[in-house]
Design a protein around this ligand. Structure first.
Ligand code: FES
Length: 109
């Protein structure tokens, strides 16, 4: 059975009211919006293709901002719009993991 979407990318957009560090303090919202726009512009949005989703805390805050691509279970951390564009083009379009942006395995909360 094929899945409805080929891939999802989830962005942690968590904002902590306490002033504790969180992805929202590191440009997560802007990256999410840029990813959504880039996926759409690339013609990758929709059934059988890619869905860009918001998420709450993904519990890997120390690497924030973070996003994860499923079903591949590949975690990313990113800095700017170019990083997001590379993830879209390389991974979401072509299935090639962007190694330079991978979140280290030992990064947790
Ligand atoms: S605040 Fe983003 S992973 Fe926890």
């Amino acid at each position: 059975m094929s899945s409805y979407f080929q891939r999802h990318i989830f962005f942690c957009l968590n904002q902590r009211p306490s002033g504790e560090d969180c992805c929202a303090n590191h440009g997560a919202q802007e990256a999410f919006e840029h990813c959504k726009a880039t996926v759409k512009k690339a013609g990758l949005a929709g059934p059988g293709q890619v869905r860009v989703n918001k998420a709450g805390c993904l519990d890997r805050c120390a690497g924030g901002p973070v996003a994860v691509v499923y079903p591949d279970a590949v975690w990313y951390t990113f800095v700017d719009k170019t990083d997001i564009e590379e993830i879209v083009e390389s991974h979401l379009r072509n299935g090639q993991v962007v190694e330079r942006l991978r979140l280290a395995d030992d990064v947790g909360r």
